[in-house]
Design a protein around this ligand. Structure first.
Ligand code: MN
Length: 231
C-alpha cells in the first residue's frame, strides 16, 4: 500500500533525560480554570470545566535549551499569551476517576495557549466556535516533557511568564479550579483518552498581548523552561 501523497510526519515532543520522543495524538485545552483569570474574562464561580481542542500540528516544539520562534499570526491585532501546565497522557482510558488519574500521566511540560483574542471575542459574541481564535497554526508552543518521576510536584508548582524580562503572569498550579485529576475525570467522560494526548490545563490571570520581536519565557517549577520569540 502506498499513499497518494507523502503523509505528514508524526508530531513529537522531546523528553527530558531520554533520546526517545513523545508522539502526539490530540491536544485538549481547558477553558477558564483559574478563578482570577475567569474573573478577568468576565466570569465568576466554579462552573463545570469545558474543553476545546487544537490540532496536533499546531504545536511549536521547542527543544531543550533553545529559543523557539512562532510567527505573528494572520487576521489578529490582539495576540495573547496564556501560560499553562501541560499534562502528557501515557496511558489512555475513558471514565477515569480523579483518584486514578495519576496512573494515566506520563509527564508534564510548559506550554502556551496562544490566542487571537479579538477573533475569539467575536466568535463568543456571535455564539460561534472558537477555532479561529484558538486552533490556528503555531498556536501551541510547548517545551520538553519531563516524566512524572523527575517532575517533582508539578500539580503544586509555581507557574509564571515573563515577556522581554517583565513579569506578566505568576500563580500556582494549586489554584486550578479543577485540579488535574478532576480535569482528567471530566475530559475522559467526554472523550476516550489515548496515549499521546496533551492537556493544556488552563491559564492564570495576567493574559495580555505580544507583538513581533517579543521574547516569552514560561516556567513551571521543576519543569524545563519554555523560551520562544514572536517572529
Ligand atoms: Mn488557555
Amino acid at each position: 500500500m502506498s499513499f497518494v501523497f507523502t503523509p505528514p510526519a508524526m508530531v513529537s515532543v522531546p523528553v527530558v533525560g531520554s533520546e526517545n520522543r513523545f508522539p502526539v495524538h490530540r491536544i485538549y485545552c481547558v477553558g477558564r480554570n483559574y478563578e482570577e483569570h475567569a474573573k478577568e474574562m468576565g466570569f465568576t464561580g466554579r462552573e463545570p470545566p469545558f474543553f476545546f481542542m487544537k490540532p496536533a500540528d499546531a504545536l511549536v516544539v521547542v527543544e531543550a535549551d533553545s529559543t523557539g520562534t512562532m510567527p505573528y499570526p494572520s487576521l489578529t491585532k490582539n495576540f495573547h499569551h496564556e501560560i499553562e501546565l501541560v499534562v502528557a497522557i501515557g496511558t489512555g482510558g475513558k471514565n477515569i476517576k480523579a483518584a486514578d488519574a495519576h496512573k494515566h500521566i506520563y509527564g508534564y511540560a510548559v506550554g502556551l495557549d496562544m490566542t487571537r483574542r479579538d477573533l475569539q471575542g467575536e466568535m463568543k459574541k456571535q455564539g460561534r466556535p472558537w477555532c479561529i481564535g484558538k486552533a490556528f497554526d503555531h498556536s501551541a508552543p510547548i517545551g520538553p516533557i519531563t516524566p512524572v518521576a523527575q517532575a517533582g510536584d508539578a500539580q503544586n508548582a509555581e507557574i509564571s511568564l515573563q515577556v522581554n524580562g517583565q513579569e506578566r503572569q505568576r500563580s500556582h498550579v494549586s489554584k486550578l479550579i479543577w485540579n488535574i485529576g478532576e480535569t482528567i475525570e471530566h475530559l475522559s467522560a467526554a472523550w476516550e483518552l489515548q496515549p499521546g494526548d496533551l492537556i493544556y490545563s488552563g491559564t492564570p490571570e495576567g493574559v495580555a498581548a505580544v507583538v513581533s520581536g517579543d521574547t516569552l519565557v514560561g516556567k513551571v517549577a521543576g519543569l524545563s523552561t519554555l523560551t520562544i520569540q514572536v517572529a
